[in-house]
Design a protein around this ligand. Sequence first.
Ligand code: 6R9
Length: 626
Amino acid sequence: MSDRTSRQQPSDLDAFWLKEAERLDWMTKPSKAGNWSWAEDDLRIAWFEDGVLNASVQCLDRHVAAHPDRTAIIWEGDSPDVSERITYREAFEEVCRMANVLKARGVRKGDRVILYMPMVPEAAYAMLACARIGAVHSVVFGGFSPEALASRIEDCGATAIITADGGRRGGKTIPLKANVDKALEKASGIRLVLMVQVTDEKVAFEDGRDLWWHEARDDVTPDCPPEPMKAEDPLFILYTSGSTGKPKGVVHTTGGYMTYAAYTHEKVFRVEPEREVYWCTADVGWITGHSYIVYGPLANGCTTLMFEGVPSYPDAGRMWAVVEKHEVAVLYTAPTAVRALMRESDELVTKHDRSSLRLLGSVGEPINPEAWRWYHEVPGEGRCDIVDTWWQTETGGIMITPLPGDPMDKPAAATKPLPGIVPAILDADGKPIEGPGEGGLVITQSWPGQARTVWGDHERFVQTYFSTYKGAYFTGDGARRDEDGDYWITGRLDDVLNVSGHRMGTAEIESALITHKAAAEAAVVGYPHDVKGQGVHCYVILKEGYEPSDELALELKKTVREEIGPVATPDRVQLAPGLPKTRSGKIMRRILRKIAEGHPDQLGDTSTLAEPEIVDKLIEGAKGFK
Ligand code: 6R9
């Protein structure tokens, strides 16, 4: 057993990262590592600047040369009767074909391509096909609404979309193409909609714009030379929620991101590529799907499992059935799935053979010790280590995590940073806390996987991450360091919710609510939820002339679904007579949070409120919720 506390940090970071970059196949090797400044007036981040490479080559060509017949992707369908194995050679050819189709339809290096896909192998092909020709992909989660899709198309100025007729999830069909059509009534600039046939959904077809993949793929060759990309050319944009305004298009570039995805995937999961099956249950619409279903595992030549469905279909034993069927060695999933499954009978787990399992991973939100223990004891039979990996869309890959072989004596601790990552905990004045203590979690030195900017709004990037603490990247999370120097993530310090591992801005949900004609004002807070981690509690003030009713509350929930997507559906809508505001008009969210959490006795000082009597009415109104 290795001793966690002695995890080695390199003394020369640049030399360390330059060495790590050697794990990639460069067309031109980089001669230097980092070139960055985190000064507010001169904020720039570059890694391996003079290197030239192509991300798809890392994931395909070099493995096709070395082991063409190794399985690259195991695809498990929504239906338990359907699965497929795709070799590195087959994946390579499909990616080249898709790249050629995009090229033939005028997609060029630097163009933005939106992917709105179900969890089918073509989603991975589409990402890699864009990478192959130097187009910048932006995957939009299939659970987002046409409105959310439209705003992302517009924000990044995309010219093409790759989608499917529909997606299958838990026995239901999601009308992806119909959603695209709706989005395109609002967003302009799209010249090509490439559509994969997945379901038998009837779809509209617009000649000249729409194209079926299965028809187009036969007109092109399975060979497409990779576009030479500078290390700092963008690889993808991924939209994520913050505490203010619309979601931000986080930009990741080629050389640094690929180095970091490959490095962390190997370091944390230690997959034996020629033997083991690795399964990350995320959706490709999230950063976890980017780094740990597609780019990391494929760069390392692993067999990555892609699951189309949900853990609860056809029953809550599905995850373990898949582990058994494909002899999965490493399972990487989210606490929300663990919590949902632990409510079911253990027999649904134990009736499946899990002897192939070696390592269990957790990501996306804090895992509570109870869920950690169940995950360790029941699915993991007490013999599989757990890696509870803390990281973010903006970090590109895993940052702070236990490693396999570490003592498993601190359930739910993030423990130590990976070699090369330098975190710190700062107090309210921005002073570093040495030794045990709690405060804001920052990273003090750049690393290759770091996001470079916000698409089209560098100033917002600077403001969001580098203005809270001078000269440090602020994560938005709080953390505690214990006597052994181990880190524990305490949760977001800003107005970002984490619902079932999905990041959501309270401001976004508030804006969605007030698009309803009856809503005058809204305030959204999170509250502890047994399965989702956090639930969404909305306080809505109605306009003159509207009366509170259950129907109106339901309509408001529906409005959020339509504006953002099903993932953001509020758990509770409280139609309230007013909001607790200070005399200067600032909403006191602390009070709203305490009420939603069911702790009206812990409101603290309410003397600065303009109308203190509102509080009692809010407490009364919240009593109806479980
Ligand atoms: C990878 C991903 C990032 C936020 C992050 C934090 C929370 C993620 C966590 C965790 C505690 C973990 N978070 N992993 N909190 N323990 N192991 O999830 O990216 O969607 O950008 O969310 O999620 O609050 O700041 P993203």
